[in-house]
Write a new protein. Structure first.
Length: 406
C-alpha cells in the first residue's frame, strides 16, 4: 500500500493509492478475515512478521506495523550511544525487509516508550532515538508514514516529542476512559500534525474504582459496548482533519487483569457482544437488537461498588442483573468462581488464566445461582455469562474476598 498524508484546507488526510483512507482498525493478529468482515480496513500488529503481513494481505487489511524499540521499563539505556545505534540498525533492517510488502500501511516506532510503571520520569533522549529511526525510514521508504505511540500519562511529555521528533508524520495515542481528552491535550501541548488513536476502548483497570483489597471493578460487556459507541463518536469521528482513524483494543483473547477485561472473545473463542457493536461503528448498520445484555452481578445481595466479604464455607445467593432480553428462548447462563490473579506489571505480562474453583457454584437456575465459598481464604472473582443461540455472549463479574477483612 502506498500511503501518504496530505494537508488541505479542511485539515489533514490520509490517502492510500491516492484515495481517502480513514482507519477503521483493531489491535491484534488473529482471525483477520473475520475482522475484515466486520468492516475493518486495517490492523495494528504490535510485532511485524512476514507471516502476519501475509495474513493481513489475504484479509484485505492494511497494517500499522510495529517496530521493536526497547523501552526503559525493559532495560534499555538511552544514554548508551552504542546500544541506541545498534537498535536503530536492527529496526531499519526490518523496515528494509518488509517495506515492499503490499500490506504495510504505516510504521509504528515503539509503543509507550516513555512509560515506566511506578515512575513519572523517563529519559527524554528516547525522542532523539525515535526521530533518528523515523529519519532513516524516510530515507529508504517514501510510501509509508511513521509514528510512535504514546499513552496518556504525564502528557506534558508531548512538548518534548514535538521539539525532538520533526521526522514523525503523525502521532499515535493510546487512551481509554480518557480518550475524549486526546484532541484538546494534543492541541494544548503543541502537536499540530495529525494523529491516530492507536489503542482505545473500555475503561482501563487503572481507571476503575477498587475494592479495599485493591481489586478493580470491571465494567460489564454491555456497559463496554455503550462506551465504544459513545467514545467513537465523541473522540474519533468528532475531529475530522486531525484524527485519521483508530485501532480498537483488543481483537483477541489474553489474560490481563481478568479473563474478559480487554478481550473480544472468551477462552473457547465465542464472541462477546461488543464485536457486533464494532461492526455497527465501522459499517453504520445497527447492531443486532437480539444481542444478550448483562448489567452487573449481585453476590449475597451486594453489587459493585460494594465490597463483598465472605467467610470460608458460606453459602450465599448470586443474581445476574439483566433486562427483558434474558428471557428469550435459546439463551443460557453460565457461572464461575476463579481466584484473582496477581496483576502483571505492564500489559498483563506474566498473567495466566486461573482455574475454575470446582464445586463453588451450585443451584444454577438461569440468572440465579448460589455460591459456596471455598475453605481457602483470599481474593476471588465471580463471573457470569449469558450466551445466545449463536454463542455470542454478555458477561459481568464481581470481586469477592473470602476470609477476614483486610
Amino acid at each position: 500500500m502506498r500511503a501518504k498524508i496530505i494537508e488541505n484546507p479542511s485539515g489533514w488526510e490520509l490517502r492510500v493509492e491516492d484515495r481517502p483512507f480513514f482507519v477503521r482498525g483493531a489491535v491484534g493478529h488473529e482471525r483477520l478475515e473475520r475482522l475484515a468482515a466486520l468492516g475493518a480496513n486495517a490492523v495494528r500488529l504490535p510485532r511485524v512478521t512476514r507471516e502476519r503481513l501475509d495474513a493481513a494481505q489475504a484479509a484485505g487489511l492494511g497494517v500499522l506495523a510495529g517496530l521493536p524499540l526497547k523501552p526503559e521499563r525493559n532495560g534499555m539505556d538511552y544514554d548508551d550511544v552504542a546500544a541506541v545505534e545498534a537498535q536503530r540498525e536492527r529496526v531499519l533492517d526490518l523496515v528494509r525487509e518488509f517495506k515492499d510488502h503490499p500490506a504495510v500501511l504505516m510504521w509504528c516506532a515503539g509503543n509507550e516508550l516513555d512509560h515506566i510503571p511506578g515512575r513519572t520520569d523517563f529519559n527524554p533522549k528516547v525522542w532523539d532515538a525515535v526521530n533518528a529511526i523515523a529519519r532513516g525510514i524516510h530515507e529508504m521508504d517514501a510510501d509509508h508514514p511513521v509514528l510512535t505511540a504514546v499513552g496518556m500519562g504525564e502528557f506534558g511529555k508531548i512538548a518534548g516529542c514535538v521539539a525532538a521528533c520533526p521526522e514523525l508524520d503523525l502521532l499515535g495515542v493510546n487512551a481509554y476512559a480518557d480518550v475524549g481528552r486526546v484532541a484538546p491535550l494534543l492541541r494544548e501541548h503543541g502537536w499540530t500534525k495529525p494523529y491516530l488513536i492507536t489503542e482505545w476502548g473500555m475503561s482501563g483497570a487503572w481507571q476503575r474504582p477498587k475494592t479495599p483489597w485493591g481489586a478493580p471493578f470491571e465494567e460489564t460487556s454491555t456497559v463496554k459496548a455503550e462506551c465504544y459507541r459513545r467514545r467513537y463518536r465523541s473522540a474519533v469521528l468528532a475531529h475530522p482533519g486531525r484524527c485519521l482513524g483508530s485501532f480498537i483494543f483488543y481483537w483477541g483473547w489474553r489474560h490481563e487483569t481478568t479473563l474478559s477485561w480487554y478481550n473480544t472473545w472468551d477462552p473457547e473463542g465465542n464472541e462477546m457482544e461488543t464485536v457486533e457493536v464494532w461492526r455497527e461503528l465501522w459499517t453504520g448498520e445497527p447492531a443486532d437488537p437480539t444481542l444478550p445484555h448483562l448489567y452487573g452481578v449481585r453476590v449475597n445481595h451486594f453489587a459493585a461498588p460494594d465490597p463483598v466479604w465472605l467467610r470460608p464455607g458460606d453459602t450465599v445467593p448470586l443474581e445476574a442483573l439483566t433486562d427483558g432480553s434474558a428471557g428469550r428462548p435459546g439463551l443460557r447462563f453460565r457461572w464461575e468462581l476463579r481466584p484473582e490473579v496477581e496483576y502483571g506489571a505492564y500489559a498483563g505480562g506474566g498473567e495466566t488464566l486461573p482455574e475454575v474453583v470446582a464445586g463453588a457454584i451450585r443451584d444454577e437456575d438461569g440468572p440465579r445461582a448460589s455460591l459456596r465459598a471455598p475453605e481457602t481464604t483470599g481474593r476471588f472473582r465471580v463471573f457470569v455469562y449469558l450466551y445466545d443461540h449463536d454463542n455470542r455472549f454478555a458477561t459481568a463479574n464481581l470481586p469477592v474476598f473470602i476470609g477476614e477483612p483486610e
